[in-house]
Every structure is written in C-alpha cells, then in structure tokens.
Design a protein around this ligand. Structure first.
Ligand code: UD1
Length: 440
C-alpha cells in the first residue's frame, strides 16, 4: 500500500527525449473504485472487490471507512474484502477525508443503509468550484432532510421514498450518489439527465450484483426499484479509462509505440479519435489498444464534454500533446473552469499557449526543454510528466503526491516503457540522477 508519510518530499526527475515503447497494463478505474468501496458498506455481508487500484485516494477512503468501524481486509494489493455490518457511527471525522472528493459517496451509502450520514464537505483536486447542490437535491427528493453545518453535510431521513429526479447538470458524482441511496429507498426512483460515464455503469453493475434493481445506467434515464437489503458479492472493477488515455497520449507526445493492455476500447473512442486526427496510428484489439506516434503531430480542436464526449480528465494530457503539434489548436474546457493551471508550468518548458476564458489557444512548438515544474493537480501533474519525457534535458516535477492520488506505480510503468524517470526525495538523489543519466 502507498505510504502517506513525507509526501511533499517526493519529486520526479526526468531526462526526456526517448520515445516510449513496449507494453503497459492498466489498473482498475479509480473513480469507479471510490464509489464501489463506499457502496460496499451497504451490505451487512462481506463484499470482495477485485482489480482495485492501489492509489492514494483509495487508500485514504479505506482508512476513513475503517475509522467508523467498517472491517477492511486487504487480501492483496488489488483485492479488498469489506464488511459494513459493524459500522459504529455515521459521522466521519477523519481529517484526511476532506482531501478526497469522493468522500461524498459515503453520504449516499450511509443514508441509504442507515437513513443518516454526517460527512465533511469534500475537497479533492482544486480544478474549479465544485458544487454539490445536485447531490443534495436528489437526497431531499427521496425524503432526506439535508443541512450543511460546521463544514459537514448532515443528512437524515425517517423514510426514504423513491421519486422522479431531473438533474439540472450532467454530474457523475450526483448520479452515482443518488443511485446508491435510492437503491435502498421504498419504491421507484427515476434519475433523468443522468451521467453516462463508464464508472456510473460499473457502480450500477456492482450494486446489482449485491441485489439492487437498477436499470438504464449508461443512458440518460436510470430507473431504480428500491430493495430492503443488499447481499454479499464478488466484483471486479473496470479498467481505468483515464490511466489508459494518459498512456495513449504518452505514445503521441514522445513519438513512441505503446500497446496498452487491459482496457475497454469502447471507453477510449473519444481519445482514439483525437489521436487519429493528430496523425497517430491506432490499432484496436478486444482488450488492448496500440498507439503509434508520428514525428509530425497535427493540430486539432478539442472540447471537453460529459461521456461519450472528450473527458475533462484528459484535457491537460491532450493540451500538452497539441502544444507539440503543427499549427494552432483550440482546447475548450466546458466542465471545470480552473483546469488550465498546467499552462503556466508548460510554458516554462517552451509551450506557446494563451488562455482566454475557458479556451486555450495553442500554437505548436517543435520541442519542450526540461525545467522544474510543479503539479497543479492530479491529471495536470501526469501531463507535465509526459511533457518532461519528451523534453530536451532534465526536468523536475514537484508535488508528486498529487499524481499518486490516481496513478499506481506511474514512474515504474513509464520506466518499463523506456522512460528515464525516477522518484527522488533528497537533493543527493536528484544530483545522482542527473549525473547518472547525463549523455556523454
Ligand atoms: C468526477 C470525477 C472527476 C471528473 C468529473 C467529470 C470522481 C471522484 N471524480 O468528479 O475526476 O473530472 O467527474 O468527469 O469520480 N456540478 C454541479 N452540481 C453538483 C455536482 C456537479 O453543478 O451537485 C457540476 C460541476 O461543477 C461540474 C459538472 O457538474 O461543472 C460535472 O461535475 P461532476 O461530474 O459531478 O464531477 P465529480 O463527480 O465531482
């Protein structure tokens, strides 16, 4: 399991310039796993979750769950058994939980099962204002009284009764959260304008495997018939669409050739189609995708949208690739307003990008030059690592702990593809890396 100590001391040292080549295996989807481990406490029987990614966000949520009495048995790095029969209280006070966005899934799970939840307002990546009004609207619609007091969300209900809920915006978090609470409400709930992301479907499949009755996940109308109890299940989490997409862009950015294994190619279509427009070659297999880069990437335009549109979580990786493409590209961020924080950092590596409102106007340059940069958030941090791997010279990336929130063994996987990257925590290590990797 990843350690949570001295996390601010870690940096990635990268010497760029080598195309990434070879095979990489993708882990379980972090954003599906966060909801699934929270939902697992809704049964009194033991639930086994497989293909769990070993990343910081998951480990923090599991730790917080154990604080309220959930029995967590980490069978191996990627398998956990969860038993929620001994939950002692419904008030999560654990300090670290505020840092992960998905702590809000404990509200849906606890409210559904115990009709009561007290959970700190979520934090997570600082990528813009992240309201939770749609979550609260849904809980209220099925009969909960919800208030926000002393930085906590407090939800209570005598009875939860199914309702017809129309979401004002397409939101992954609120769709999943309401789906969880509603699957133990009385009667039928309909969620209209629901999010269709692969992890919404995965959470619905998981809940159904515990005996829930959810239909329509993956379309914009989800119908849930409440059940009294959920039972034991063994469930394997889907592959991570964003980790896969990050390695696909790694091939493009470094002009490499990567076979990305354990993926669902259908989930990657918006990413594949942009890489094709940029001149990369894509080969699709049943559960793998191969991306071959090109020495002259072409510009294109990208707008982030809810699934099946281009994911906002891939926007920084795409921006870093487009900044190396011939011509001018426009990248429009329509989900979160604060997702261009990597632009200042990548500019220090030689990119030419101007941000106007929610659009980045990118004029391609031939190459990046190594620099010291800092990860502004999880996905932007990963994008900067990819830029560093293609840059001339040495780069140092600070705030690696943000990247580790969502990528398991990131530097190990990149090294296996031929990337010259090491995690260092002391000045001596960093100097050693620079000397060791110097081209004579
Ligand atoms: C999840 C993902 C995150 C991803 C995002 C969009 C997790 C833990 N995180 O975040 O990586 O970037 O989906 O794919 O799964 N909104 C409201 N009111 C609400 C909730 C959301 O207005 O109550 C707005 C948000 O401000 C945003 C949009 O809806 O503009 C989408 O947000 P949402 O899909 O809920 O994102 P998260 O679930 O927080």
């Amino acid at each position: 399991m990843s350690s949570t100590n001295n996390i601010d001391m870690d940096h990635y040292m990268v010497r760029g310039g080598k195309p990434l080549m070879g095979e990489v295996t993708i882990g379980g989807a972090k954003n599906a796993a966060l909801a699934i481990i929270a939902a697992a406490i809704m049964s009194d029987e033991t639930v086994t979750i497989e293909n769990l990614p070993d990343v910081r966000d998951i480990n923090v949520l599991l730790e917080a769950m154990s604080v309220i009495g959930v029995m967590i048995d980490r069978v191996d790095r990627h398998t956990v058994k969860i038993n929620g029969s001994q939950v002692r209280n419904v008030n999560i006070e654990y300090e670290l939980i505020k840092r992960i966005r998905a702590s809000y899934y404990l509200i849906g799970a606890l409210l559904g099962k115990y009709r009561q939840a007290e959970v700190p307002l979520p934090g997570g990546c600082n990528i813009g204002s992240r309201p939770i009004d749609q979550h609260l609207k849904g809980f209220r619609a099925i009969g909960a009284e919800v208030s926000v007091e002393r930085g906590e969300i407090i939800a209570k209900a005598e009875r939860l009764v199914g309702a017809h809920i129309y979401m004002d915006v397409v939101t992954v978090g609120a769709t999943i959260n309401i789906m969880m609470a509603a699957c133990m409400a009385e009667g039928k709930t309909t969620i209209e304008n629901a999010a269709k992301e692969p992890h919404v479907v995965d959470v619905a499949n998981f809940l159904n495997s515990m005996g829930a009755d959810i239909k329509g996940a993956g379309t914009d109308v989800i119908r849930i018939r409440g059940v009294e109890k959920l039972h034991a299940a063994t469930y394997s989490i889907i592959p991570d669409q964003i980790e896969a997409g990050t390695f696909m862009f790694a091939a493009a950015i470094t002009n490499g050739d990567i076979l990305i294994k354990n993926v669902i190619p259908k989930h990657l279509e918006s990413i594949s189609s942009k890489l094709l427009e940029m001149g990369c070659v894509i080969e699709e297999f049943d559960d793998a995708v191969r991306v071959k880069g090109t020495s002259t990437l072409r510009s294109t335009n990208i707008k982030t949208l809810p699934y099946p549109g281009f994911p906002t979580d891939m926007q920084p990786q795409a921006g870093v690739a487009l900044a190396l493409s011939e011509g001018t590209s426009l990248v429009t961020e329509s989900i979160f307003e604060n997702r261009f924080k990597y632009v200042d950092e990548i500019t220090r590596m030689g990119a030419t990008i101007k941000v106007e409102g929610n659009t980045a106007i990118i004029t391609g340059v031939k190459r990046y030059t190594g620099a010291r940069v800092s990860s502004p958030d999880l996905r932007a941090g990963a994008a900067l690592v990819l830029a560093a791997l293609s840059a001339d010279g040495v780069s140092m990336i600070d705030d690696v702990h943000l990247i580790e929130r969502g990528y398991e063994d990131f530097e190990v996987k990149l090294r296996a593809l031929g990337g010259c990257i090491e995690k260092c925590s002391s000045d001596a290590d960093m100097q050693k890396f620079t000397l060791k990797t110097a081209v004579v």
